[in-house]
Write a protein that binds this ligand. Structure first.
Ligand SMILES: Cc1cc2nc3c(=O)[nH]c(=O)nc-3n(C[C@H](O)[C@H](O)[C@H](O)COP(=O)(O)OP(=O)(O)OC[C@H]3O[C@@H](n4cnc5c(N)ncnc54)[C@H](O)[C@@H]3O)c2cc1C
Length: 462
């Protein structure tokens, strides 16, 4: 594992320890539900199902402790789930950065600070930033106990390779039924690496929570329905590094920063402190737009840090934590023009996709942890109450569609440098705009106001 320096990464901290998850169940064992992937989406689905007494099998490909490439910001939306799953207090007892606001800068270098809602900050409900290695470890450890205490089982180092289906009419030949008739019946999992044995586990409900390359999503979308998974207009490439001693990022409470830098537009550069002097620094860009750039994300980031007038001073005494520079993909939840299901198909008979597997990352902010937790709970609810795949698809888009659509509009606006310059300089001078943005973060009603051209026009112009 990479070391991030003392004291955060002392080998003694709990999230650097292995997690004991018990014996691997025998091949052929049946469960009420199988959850594939132990990130936030899978932990949420497995936790909520286990709390209702379901016999769950939770399968994770990696073995803890493990890293996850992310900006590490855990927004307010996540916190009710973190609490409900029983991990909020444990988490708050470990080092973390408490977010009080977001600073945006425009290509011309104007800044605007959007305070997070004061009440939420005071109630410790506003959001944190902390390494995903730590967040996911605490969550997974809590959930694996819930799963095992309720008659289920947990497998680490289990790579799900295949989803099994029947023909929907009592037969076992999936080829005999159409995609709409087939019903998922289980999974095949390779245990313990390349040369390990393959086990079969059975369940009438499979939750696909294995991120942007989820094998359950792949099986359902590409193999059953012949619908593409990767869409370069709606997938984002992200690159992350951890740094120490970046000026202005020393405290454990404060703002996270999103910078629209001219050399990175149409993407953005972020600085998210994660406490104890460590900062998550990264860049992200929609993949089809990145295809048109001559430089890769890593090179763009290196250039900004070394040369940009706003940042080179701040990084003058900073040091990159070796081995932390890594890239990953973010499947955005922006509505697709060609799809009849938004943002894309997320369920079939016996299959429920959650989090990145369902392409639910916010297309403006890049946040996906909150929607992974929310969709995990929704999938659990649909399984517990025997609701249909169509009902899940609809419930998901009803709950998340308006904000994802809104964020997509903002993402498209942020591709225009002149518009960003105009907006940020205006917002920097007008408290009413800053308040509107705070409200937007806080309440659904305020988000709806943004759909009203008159409201936007009034706030921006007068
Ligand atoms: C660079 C970057 C920056 C980001 N910044 C932020 C941010 O600041 N805030 C935010 O909220 N979100 C951010 N996101 C998005 C966020 O990381 C994801 O949306 C979130 O992790 C989704 O959770 P998930 O549980 O759906 O998937 P994941 O977190 O990807 O978890 C999937 C799990 O499934 C496991 N798995 C994979 N394949 C298999 C298999 N075959 N069998 C079994 N298990 C498998 C994986 O090992 C992993 O543990 C960022 C993403 C990137 C790439």
């Amino acid at each position: 594992m990479e070391t991030m320096g003392e004291p955060r990464t002392g080998a003694d901290v709990v999230w650097k320890q292995p997690i004991e998850t018990g014996d691997v169940p025998e091949s052929g064992t049946s469960f009420d539900a199988i959850v594939v992937g132990g990130g936030p989406g899978g932990a949420s689905a497995a936790g909520y199902l286990a709390m209702e007494g379901q016999k769950v099998l939770l399968i994770e490909k990696e073995v803890w402790p493990r890293d996850k490439i992310c900006g590490d910001a855990v927004g307010g939306k996540s916190l009710s789930h973190v609490r409900a799953l029983g991990v909020k207090e444990t988490l708050e007892a470990t080092p973390h950065f408490r977010v009080t606001g977001i600073v945006f800068s425009s290509p011309k270098g104007h800044n605007v600070r959007v305070a997070l809602p004061e009440e939420d900050v005071q109630r410790l409900e506003a959001g944190y930033a902390l390494p995903r290695q730590q967040f996911d470890h605490l969550l997974f450890d809590q959930v694996q106990q819930l799963v095992r205490n309720n008659g289920g089982a947990v497998v680490q180092g289990g790579d799900v390779r295949n989803v099994l289906y029947d023909d929907g009419a009592g037969g076992q030949d999936p080829g005999a039924g159409t995609a709409d008739q087939r019903h998922a019946t289980g999974v095949e999992v390779r245990i313990g690496g390349r040369n390990g044995p393959t086990h079969t586990y059975l369940a009438g409900n499979i939750v696909g929570a294995a991120g942007y390359r989820c094998p359950v999503a792949k099986s359902m979308l590409e193999e059953s329905y012949e619908e593409p998974m990767l869409d370069r207009d709606h997938y984002c490439a992200g690159y992350r590094e951890y740094w120490r001693n970046v000026k202005g990022c020393e405290d454990n409470v404060g703002d996270i920063e999103i910078h629209f830098v001219d050399t990175i537009i149409p993407g953005y550069f972020w600085l998210f402190p994660v406490a104890e002097g460590v900062v998550n620094v990264g860049v992200g860009m929609v993949m089809s737009l990145l295809d048109k750039q001559s430089k890769k994300l890593k090179a763009l980031q290196t250039e900004v840090i070394a040369e940009h007038p706003l940042f080179k001073e701040r990084f003058a005494d900073a040091s990159l934590i070796p081995g932390t520079g890594k890239g990953w993909q973010l499947p955005f939840g922006s509505p697709r023009k060609k799809s009849s299901r938004q943002p894309r198909r997320s369920a079939a008979n016996g299959v429920f996709l959650v989090g990145d597997a369902a392409s639910l990352v916010d297309p403006f902010s890049g946040e996906g942890v909150g929607n992974a937790l929310v969709s995990g709970e929704m999938a659990a609810d649909h399984i517990l109450n025997h609701k249909s795949p169509e009902a899940y698809q609809e419930a998901l888009w009803t709950a998340l569609g308006p904000e994802l659509t809104n964020s997509f509009r903002m993402q498209k606006m942020s591709r225009r440098g002149w518009l960003l310059n105009w907006f940020v300089s205006k917002a920097a001078k007008k408290p009413a705009i800053q308040e509107m943005m705070t409200e937007m973060i806080a309440s659904k009603e305020a988000q709806e106001n943004l759909h009203s051209p008159w409201f936007m026009f009034k706030t921006l112009m007068f």
